[in-house]
Every structure is written in structure tokens, then in C-alpha cells.
Design a protein around this ligand. Structure first.
Ligand SMILES: C[S@@+](CC[C@H](N)C(=O)[O-])C[C@H]1O[C@@H](n2cnc3c(N)ncnc32)[C@H](O)[C@@H]1O
Length: 288
């Protein structure tokens, strides 16, 4: 595993922007801020609410939530991994945050909080890393007070544009082999990244007892020109510090020389060409 994928806070700071041009980084940052605002607005936060940011990472939602509360409210930054909580603690200090806040190292499948103790739970791109999604929903439901609101954003990775869709069949020697392998990987049911869609999420929220459930599916599109080395970066950047990159997944199917040749041919077919990458994303709002 490379130095940049040692832990989640480092992954969030370095890897998620790793293959992007400056323009794309700015676009992604703007997009992240718009997602943050939408998740927090959907949560209908009141000034005195206690808000739990689950899987806070470097605090995208938690720090934004301070704009919605006053001295009678509170933000709890929670994450399974201590390095993320340490990073939020440091940022809270640097920003001189004076509104009430707390830090909690906790797995979202076993939240270390009393039942019925929080008003709002917010989450962005965390469920996608959790295999046991029903257990996470059940815990969120347990810690929320009656009529408490859960608001989240999750990408549906299984709906992402496939590499094989971006190029004509005759531009790759092993087009059909890689198309088949990519389809299997992108729909694998034993992988937390790909084992769900909007229907699964709606069913699970209902099963754990949320009385109201609204799932708003949106198409996220990103159009840009493929730069030198970009395909290699797409395929070698892991989606989380512990998950396999697409190249590592392909290596379970094919010899390294064949995978390297595929990357080389894909890069050649796409270099300096515009691509449009699409994905579905879900805005989830559920009331206990
Ligand atoms: C893609 S990051 C999102 C971080 C942050 N919510 C954001 O929007 O920038 C996923 C986060 O989920 C956290 N995470 C992964 N598994 C978790 C679990 N079982 N319980 C709680 N947090 C978890 C990771 O540590 C990481 O901070």
C-alpha cells in the first residue's frame, strides 16, 4: 500500500484529488461544498440541535453544521478511525471554534451514544464503505430522538460510467475480457462499494423503522479532457485506504502484462479527448 493510502484522513487530503488538474480540483471542491450544504439543509437543523456527523473524515459536514446552531446546540464529530478525529480536533483548534462540540471515535455499526440522544444525524459517502448497511441504519435510528432526522449523501458506484463505454471496441486488444471483468467488479454483491442502490437503501430504512423516507436520486456528471497519465491514476487510486484499486481487481482476472497493456491502450485511446463520466448519487432524508 502506498504512503498516500495509510489512513483515512490522509486519503481524504491527498488521494481523492490525486489525478486531477487544478481546474478539476476546484470543481470537485465546489461540488463537495454544494453537497455539504444540501445534506445540512435537508437535515432541517434547529439552533439548539445536537448533530452527529457520522464518518466525519476531515469534518466536511461537522464544521459546516456550526453555521446552523447557536450556543445551545452541539456538533459531535464521529469516525471509526482515530486519525480522522485527531484531524478534526486540530482543525477545531486552528479555527478557534467556540460553539459546543465533541469528538467520538466510534464505528457507525455500534455507535457509542445513548439511545434517543441526538436530534440530527448527517453523513456523506460513508455507507458506501460499510458492508452491513442495515446495522448502520439500525444504530442511527436508535440514537436519534423521536422525530429526529437522518440526512445523507451517498454515491451509487455501481451506476458509474464504465471504462469500456468511453472507447470504441477496436481501440483495445482485450476489450471484451476487460468489459466482462469490469461489469463483474462494478456489480459485486460481496463488496460494500457496489452492494446497493436506491431500492436497497429505501428497503433497509423502512426495515429499521424510519417513519418517513425520501430518496432523491441525482445524476452527477463530470466532463473533462483526459491528460497524460490520467488513466493510470484512475485505475491505481484505491477508493478507500483499505479497498482494492481497479488495477488490483483486474489483476485477480488477468496477468500483469495484459493489465498494463490495457491501461496503455486505454490511455492512448482517450488522451487529449473529452470524456463525460456519469454516476448516480442519492440524497437520503429519513425521519424517526
Ligand atoms: C469518503 S470518507 C467521507 C468523509 C466525510 N464524511 C466527507 O464527506 O468528507 C469516508 C469516511 O467514513 C469513515 N468510516 C469508514 N468506515 C466507518 C465505520 N464503520 N464507522 C464510522 N466511520 C467510518 C472513514 O474513516 C472516512 O472518514
Amino acid at each position: 500500500m502506498s504512503e498516500t493510502t495509510l489512513n483515512w484522513s490522509q486519503w481524504l487530503i491527498k488521494s481523492r484529488f490525486s489525478y486531477m488538474t487544478e481546474e478539476q480540483k476546484q470543481q470537485t471542491l465546489n461540488w463537495l461544498l454544494s453537497v455539504r450544504d444540501a445534506v445540512l439543509n435537508n437535515a432541517a437543523i434547529r439552533p439548539s440541535d445536537t448533530i452527529l456527523d457520522i464518518g466525519t473524515g476531515t469534518g466536511l459536514l461537522g464544521f459546516g453544521a456550526f453555521d446552523y446552531i447557536d450556543e445551545s446546540g452541539k456538533v459531535i464529530f464521529s469516525d471509526k478511525f482515530e486519525d480522522c478525529i485527531d484531524s478534526c480536533k486540530q482543525l477545531a483548534k486552528d479555527l478557534n471554534i467556540t460553539k459546543p462540540h465533541d469528538f467520538l471515535v466510534s464505528d457507525c455499526c455500534n455507535i457509542k451514544l445513548h439511545s434517543n440522544s441526538i436530534n440530527r444525524a448527517v453523513m456523506r459517502s460513508v455507507l458506501v464503505h460499510i458492508f452491513e448497511k442495515q446495522q448502520a441504519f439500525s444504530e442511527i435510528h436508535r440514537v436519534l430522538k423521536p422525530l429526529g432526522v437522518f440526512s445523507a449523501f451517498e454515491p451509487v458506484i455501481s451506476s458509474n460510467t464504465r471504462c469500456w463505454e468511453l472507447v470504441p471496441e477496436n481501440s483495445l486488444s482485450d476489450y471484451n475480457d476487460f468489459k466482462k471483468a469490469e461489469e463483474e467488479c462494478m456489480t459485486a454483491q460481496d463488496d460494500p462499494l457496489t452492494n446497493f442502490d436506491e431500492t436497497t437503501i429505501a428497503e433497509l430504512l423502512k426495515e429499521v423503522g424510519f417513519s418517513q423516507r425520501i430518496i432523491d436520486k441525482q445524476v452527477v456528471e463530470s466532463t473533462y479532457t483526459v491528460q497524460s497519465g490520467m488513466v493510470e491514476n484512475w485505475l491505481t487510486t484505491p477508493p478507500s485506504p483499505t479497498a482494492k484499486s481497479m488495477k488490483e481487481k483486474f489483476l485477480l482476472y488477468f496477468e500483469e502484462a495484459k493489465v498494463n497493456n490495457y491501461i496503455k491502450e486505454l490511455q492512448a485511446a482517450l488522451e487529449n479527448k473529452p470524456v463525460c463520466i456519469k454516476s448516480n448519487a442519492l440524497y437520503i432524508k429519513a425521519v424517526k
